[in-house]
Design a protein around this ligand. Structure first.
Ligand code: NI
Ligand code: MN
Length: 227
């Protein structure tokens, strides 16, 4: 049984086997998430998919506040070290890592990755998180790729958290195909409606997933789910 709390954009608070995992912290810079208070967010682990500002906006602050273990790519851990945040695990595509009873695999994402100042931030990635009874794919920012079929070969997903906002990532049609590729019958959408370029029609998005027999959930910011 995993618990999911949506903090807006690509930021989720997941509780899996009692471990609190936060993805891509971006709250204070997100006008749509003004009801979420960063100080209320606890974390044992922070997963960071890439260096763009809408994924690391609150990373340093949340890391300092929680002391959480940060799992991300090598370049982002190096950037954090320069800011005296050393509790991090550098990874790259294909790597596996066990921490606090959970298993993390860093998988490919097809996107770009730089820090807000333009500095190189390594390759963008996604993560497959496995607990005792839960297996969740957090895709980060990505287009549809054939590599997603490998996830279906290696894991039995309960849930995929996929970007659906189009323009910078997959739109709903490709995301529904991604769900099929990775073998997820249940998807939570992310990376949509935060700003103008990625506003989507929710009903149209649901229709794309219905056509693939995949259940799409679009959570309200601040909403909590258990599954
Ligand atoms: Ni991005
Ligand atoms: Mn993004």
């Amino acid at each position: 049984m995993a618990k999911i709390w949506y903090l807006g954009h690509s930021c989720f608070h997941l509780e899996i086997d009692g471990v609190q995992v936060v993805t891509d912290p971006f709250i204070t810079g997100n006008p749509k998430a003004s009801e979420i208070k960063l100080k209320d967010v606890r974390a044992d682990v922070i997963l960071v998919s890439h260096g763009h500002g809408d994924h690391i906006g609150d990373l340093v602050e949340l890391a300092k506040q929680t002391g959480a273990h940060i799992i991300t790519n090598y370049e982002i851990t190096t950037w954090l070290e320069k800011q005296d945040i050393t509790n991090s695990r550098p990874m790259n595509h294909g790597g596996n890592y066990a921490f606090e009873g959970l298993h993390f695999k860093m998988v490919n994402a097809s996107h770009s990755s730089s820090f807000p100042d333009g500095q190189y931030a390594g390759n963008p990635g996604g993560f497959v998180i496995s607990g005792q009874n839960d297996c969740i794919y957090f895709a980060g920012d990505t287009s549809l790729t054939y590599d997603m079929k490998f996830i279906n070969d290696d894991f039995n997903l309960d849930l995929a958290i996929l970007p659906i906002g189009d323009n910078f990532t997959m739109g709903p049609k490709d995301a529904a195909r991604a769900a099929e590729f990775c073998g997820a019958s249940r998807v939570i959408g992310m990376h949509y409606d935060t700003f103008g370029f990625i506003e989507i029609d929710h009903q149209q998005a649901k229709n794309e997933f219905d056509a693939k027999n995949v259940e799409l959930t679009l959570m309200d910011i601040g909403e909590k789910l258990e599954f």
